[in-house]
Design a protein around this ligand. Structure first.
Ligand code: SAM
Length: 286
């Protein structure tokens, strides 16, 4: 069954009485070039299990299952289950979990379904929860090696920006803390049904094998990053002293030790400088 053929997709969906939910970010891929490209760039290959988030009618699920040993997918919309039974009939390496990705036991799914396999995430993410899903996947330190996802073009730019440049935000630091992100290719809005109002891009995050910091240092680092970026136009000293309760003089002292001007703003610091700033402050505040 050709799941990128518009007439076929319309026929299946209308037969099942399915109407698209904007609230659930339902824009299904109808450009035949995209899903094979995501699968091939996303580690869908022998010896791997792939976790998919949001199946839609299974257009990407199918391409993943053709290449990887196993595919487990979490889909919140119960109305899609009978559709998937039809579109994915014949595959014996796909498991669908009818759950909310934010509440599902993703670790349990990966450990159970992908025992003995490498694991990765591939998805055309529902855009309304792009950042929460990515942070959930990263922060929960799931046993996955990469995350290859379609996101809005602007989100892709932010996620893949260099830390220390204007395009970077707290989420950029978060992603760079846990791994390395890069943009793979752009996707125009016409590649989806229905077409969204924005273009998209596919990014891949390769996840670090070892954590950069010890747990207490990590917790403090993210407090600094959140406090700093919530007032990113202020100087580091102003943003951190009000939000973290850090004495401004202490912040100046750490900045001086790092060879940075007292007027530094958080958005201008690179990953190394942010880590050192956090470590220096943590020592002084103890
Ligand atoms: N993978 C399909 C494709 O590319 O055509 C569908 C992608 S569509 C952008 C996002 C999918 O995620 C929809 O099927 C939607 O129902 C599902 N979804 C939305 N919110 C979800 C959630 N919280 N948990 C799991 N799935 C969700």
């Amino acid at each position: 069954m050709e799941l990128t053929n518009i007439a076929t997709v319309r026929e299946i969906l209308s037969r099942h009485g399915f109407s698209f939910s904007k609230g659930l970010g339902q824009n299904f891929i109808i450009n035949p070039g995209i899903c094979p490209e995501i699968a091939e760039n996303g580690n869908a290959q022998p010896g791997w299990g792939i976790l998919e988030i949001g199946t839609g009618i299974g257009v990407l699920t199918k391409e993943l299952a053709l290449r990887a040993d196993k595919v487990s997918a979490v889909e919140i919309d119960t109305r899609l289950l009978p559709v998937l039974e039809e579109t994915l009939a014949g595959f014996d390496n796909i498991k669908i979990y009818n759950e909310d990705v934010m509440k599902a036991d993703l670790r349990g799914i990966i450990e159970r379904d992908f025992a003995g396999l490498h694991a990765a995430v591939c998805a055309n993410l529902p855009y309304y929860i792009t950042s929460p899903v990515l942070m959930l996947l990263l922060e929960s330190r799931l046993p996955i090696e990469s995350i290859t996802v379609m996101v809005q073009k602007e989100a892709a730019q932010r996620l893949c920006a260099k830390v220390g440049t204007r395009d970077a935000g707290a989420i950029t630091v978060g992603v760079n803390y846990y791994g390395t992100a890069r943009q793979l290719f752009g996707v125009s809005r016409g590649s989806f049904m229905p077409a969204p109002n924005v273009d998209s891009a596919v990014i891949r995050i390769d996840i670090n094998k070892e954590p950069r910091l010890a747990p207490d240092e990590e917790e403090f680092f993210f407090r600094v990053v959140k406090a700093g970026f919530s007032q990113r136009r202020k100087t580091v000293a102003n943003a951190l002293s009000s939000l973290l309760g850090a004495d401004k003089e202490k912040v100046y002292q750490v900045l001086r030790e790092l060879g940075l001007p007292e007027t530094s703003r958080i958005e201008a610091l690179d990953m190394q400088q942010l880590t050192e700033l956090s470590a220096g402050l943590m020592k002084l505040m103890k």
